[in-house]
Structures are given as structure tokens and as C-alpha cells.
Ligand binder design. Structure first.
Ligand SMILES: [Zn+2]
Ligand SMILES: [Zn+2]
Length: 279
């Protein structure tokens, strides 16, 4: 087994790259000493543990972004539980434990609601991590954290997404902070309903967005990282060789993309990321 030390100066953890399915039992039993995940920096080659990567929201000390380089092989039972969250318990217990762990590591504040309508209204049923923006643009920290957590694999029965990319509410609790929402659900498209995505000016409702995303998911695999009143951010996991037809479908479903020039004929050929936005 190759062992790396975390490059963060005040971190003493080591990174296990065991080939044991599900990760090294020793690493599992000693989370204070061992990380099952390693994140590397393409610029300075530093390797960092999962806690340091989450704490910095995926930013290396040198200023570049960290990328996942080491993760445990899937366990033999196929359940992709990957974090310090126990696989036992209900989905809601796991969602809470996962949110609490991420809150502890990022220093964000966990609140017992999520917001809809541009942050103006609170809803029960999900939890939100309010994250300091650290000088970045509104929404960027939230999306960076969700991408990082997703790269490690989410615990079973837990969905995570960045919400409220544009806050128009006057709740002082939310000022200057990004929203990352933790939902107990087996359905990855539940986040569209929790965010209450509402392209009402285009005659669409949240369920129409769910239905369209599910159609794309069947063909190309869809991974959602952000959703709010007017926006859905996702990536395709499998891209067709010819992106023309898929690009047309996206622009038909979200015509504003053509006006904002977010979606040109070759956009998907360059990147699998799609930023749906309805005026
Ligand atoms: Zn670096
Ligand atoms: Zn570390």
C-alpha cells in the first residue's frame, strides 16, 4: 500500500491508497490518523487529505484547485458510502450526520430549513449549510463544495446541491453566504422539487424540469450540482460523439441560453457542464 502524508503543515493525517474494496480497515478504524481520500494539486503537486480539502473548499494552499486523486475502491456490496458517515441508520440520520460533518470541517452554519423563491422563503424538510463566500462570487463557494463532495461519492440516501445562487431575500442570516442543501432522498431529482425550480415565464413547472432531466439522464447520465428558482447546473456523465441534437434539445428547453450565449453549437463538445437559466 502506498502511503502519502497530507501536505497541509498543521495536519498530521496520512492518506491510504489501499486496494481493499471499501478502503483499508485500519484507515476506517482510525479516522484521526487516516484519510481514505487524497486530493492533488496540478500546479504544485501537493497531496491533501479529505478534511483539508473540504475545509479549503477544494482550494490548494498555492491558489489552484484540488482534484480527487485517491479514493477507495467500491465495497463489494456495491454501496458507495464513502465518507466518515456510518452507513447504518435512516436516510435522514445519515443526511444530518453528513451535513454536521461538513459543517464542522468548513466552519459553516447549519440551519434546519432550505429556501425557495430567491432565498425569500423558508421551507422545512431539508438542511442548509450557510457558507462564507471568502471573497468569491455569489454561488461559487457552494458549487465548489458540492463538486468536491460529489467527487468523493455521497452517502446512500443523501442528496446535496448548491441553492440560492442569487439571493433576493432580506434575511440577515443569509447575507454574504452561499447555500448548500442536504436532502434525505434516494431520488437525485428530488433536489429540483426542494429548490422549487420555477421557469413559470416559459410555461414550465418543477415537474417538467424533473421529467426533462430524467430523459437526459437515461441517455447521457446527469449529475446535478445546483438548483434554485431560475437555475439548474448539471453535467453530463456520458457525451454523445455528435452533440448537435443534444444542444438543440437543451436550447429548446431553455431558450434564454441562446440569448445569453451560454450555449453555442460547440459548447458541449468543449465541456459537459450545462447551466440552465430561465429569465
Ligand atoms: Zn497547489
Ligand atoms: Zn490534511
Amino acid at each position: 500500500m502506498t502511503v502519502y502524508g497530507c501536505a497541509t503543515p498543521d495536519c498530521k493525517r496520512m492518506i491510504s491508497s489501499s486496494i481493499v474494496p471499501g478502503g483499508s480497515p485500519i484507515a476506517h478504524a482510525n479516522p484521526e490518523q487516516w484519510s481514505l481520500f487524497g486530493f492533488s494539486c496540478g500546479a504544485c503537486n501537493a497531496m491533501r487529505c479529505d478534511r483539508c480539502a473540504i475545509r479549503s473548499i477544494g482550494a490548494c494552499g498555492c491558489g489552484q484547485s484540488l482534484r480527487i486523486a485517491i479514493r477507495p475502491r467500491p465495497p463489494e456490496d456495491g454501496d458507495a458510502s464513502s465518507t466518515a458517515v456510518p452507513a447504518s441508520g435512516t436516510d435522514d440520520e445519515r443526511a444530518h450526520a453528513f451535513a454536521a460533518m461538513v459543517a464542522a470541517q468548513t466552519g459553516g452554519e447549519l440551519v434546519e430549513y432550505s429556501t425557495v423563491d430567491f432565498g425569500r422563503e423558508r421551507r422545512d424538510g431539508a438542511r442548509t449549510l450557510l457558507l462564507d463566500r471568502a471573497g468569491r462570487r455569489e454561488g461559487e463557494q457552494g458549487i465548489a463544495l458540492v463538486r468536491l463532495l460529489r467527487s468523493m461519492g455521497l452517502p446512500p440516501g443523501v442528496q446535496v446541491f448548491a441553492n440560492t445562487l442569487r439571493n433576493l431575500g432580506d434575511d440577515a442570516t443569509h447575507a454574504g453566504r452561499d447555500h448548500v442543501v442536504f436532502v434525505a432522498s434516494r431520488d437525485p431529482f428530488e433536489v429540483i422539487r426542494v429548490a422549487d425550480v420555477d421557469p413559470v415565464n416559459h410555461g414550465l413547472a418543477a415537474e417538467d424540469v424533473v421529467a426533462q432531466l430524467m430523459r437526459w439522464h437515461e441517455r447521457h447520465g446527469v449529475e446535478i450540482v445546483a438548483a434554485d428558482t431560475e437555475t439548474v447546473v448539471f453535467r453530463f456523465l456520458r457525451m454523445p460523439e455528435d452533440v448537435t441534437e443534444l444542444t438543440q434539445e437543451i436550447v429548446e428547453f431553455c431558450p434564454d441560453l441562446e440569448e445569453t450565449f451560454e450555449m453555442e453549437p460547440d459548447t458541449l463538445a468543449k465541456s459537459p457542464w450545462v447551466w440552465l437559466w430561465w429569465d
